[in-house]
Design a protein around this ligand. Structure first.
Ligand code: COA
Length: 330
């Protein structure tokens, strides 16, 4: 049976740093409130005209370089994003064109914060069956353009940032591999974290009335998200560990989706893990949705937090609700 390995990884964030103090210009909030509730100190926002596909393409080039392959060897592209540049088609097609790769298959998946883990699982199946040999998987988001940057939208606005992370997935060399992936969802919570408009069940999809009502902005039931995240993150991490008989000592690093430092700390506590085993870089980038895990993974690798041969568990929770994990020998 063929297994899958991560051959290369890279990330890209926009140059524009937005501190908590910068947000005070737009809304009634404070640096103390944001840090205390979320751990976020700053995030990155794109400049005018910069889109998800631009960040995705830049991250892809870095992952390709680390994998040591030629761009032309990529045979499939998956882009996990809820913020494709256009309503349709997805960003994967722009990335394909940007990389000069006509003809190979490409698609987007829209699983929000769990998009990267879902994408990893999909790519893993393609590699295992021998269908593809160099899959480019990207998690990329531009959230800043979607947020309500006023006091009314402050609960969400302070949380999110822009960025992209990418990996190249290949058949395993025997040394590195994805042990298993675990995917879950509970659609009953769909409206606890969602973006309603443009809405294809409405005619027209978007109207002046909808815009006046602010229905184009994402909405969140923060407490319900928090409560479920605290339940689902530990469960899905344990599921990955138990499936592969991995003990806490076997794992070098857990890389959770960067939702909120308080969530990450509470998950570590529930799993009886010290925070040096649970990676966090949310203070720098906020929550970058589908991009957060590959950004965190690329940064943790660059910081020497893990190396080839180490065991990792990636874990996600977000809109849907959807959650998932992947146990990996990097
Ligand atoms: N700045 C200042 N005050 C804010 C604020 C902000 N950015 N956002 C909300 N508040 C206010 C609220 O209006 C409320 O005021 P009130 O008591 O006068 O009504 C007060 O702070 C407390 O709000 P509450 O919603 O009870 O705060 P909380 O302790 O639940 O924290 C979150 C809010 C959003 C930080 C928290 O619910 C959370 O982290 N949820 C999970 C979010 C998440 O991770 N989402 C992404 C998942 S992928």
């Amino acid at each position: 049976m063929i297994s899958t390995r991560i051959a290369g990884i890279g990330f890209q964030v926009p140059a524009n740093v937005i501190t908590n103090t910068d947000l005070i210009k737009f809304m009634d909030t404070s640096n103390e409130w944001i840090i205390e509730r979320t751990g976020i100190e700053q995030r990155r926002y794109v400049s005018a005209g910069e889109g998800t596909s631009d960040l995705a393409t830049a991250a892809a080039h870095k992952a390709i370089a680390m994998a040591g392959i030629d761009v032309s060897e990529i045979d499939f592209i998956i882009c996990a994003t809820i913020s494709s540049d256009y309503f349709f088609p997805g960003s994967a097609f722009q990335v394909q064109a940007n990389l000069g790769l006509a003809d190979i298959g490409a698609f987007d998946i829209k699983v929000a914060c769990s998009g990267f883990v879902y994408g990893l699982s999909i790519a893993d199946q393609y590699i295992k069956t021998g269908q593809y040999k160099n899959i480019l998987l990207i998690g990329a988001e531009v959230q800043s353009n979607a947020l309500n940057l006023t006091t009314e939208g402050r609960d969400m606005a302070v949380l999110f940032g822009d960025g992209a992370g990418a990996v190249i997935l290949q058949p395993s060399d025997g040394e590195s591999l994805i042990y298993s992936t675990h995917l879950h969802a509970d659609g009953r919570h769909l409206k606890d974290l969602w973006g309603e408009v443009p809405a294809c069940n409405q005619k027209p999809h978007i109207s002046h009335e909808m815009l006046d009502q602010g229905r184009q902005y994402p909405k969140m039931n923060g407490r319900e998200v928090f409560r479920n995240a605290l339940k689902r993150f530990p469960a899905v991490i344990l599921e990955a560990m138990e499936k592969n008989n991995l003990t806490r000592d076997d794992i070098t690093l857990i890389i959770p989706h960067q939702a909120n430092l308080r969530i990450t700390q509470a998950v570590a506590k529930r799993l009886e893990l010290s925070m040096d085993k649970v990676y966090s870089n949310i203070h720098k980038y906020g929550n970058t949705t589908a991009a957060s895990i590959p950004i965190a993974m690329a940064e943790a690798l660059a910081e020497g937090k893990f190396k080839r041969g180490d065991n990792l568990v990636l874990a996600s929770f977000g809109a849907g609700f959807s959650w998932g994990s992947a146990a990996i020998k990097f």
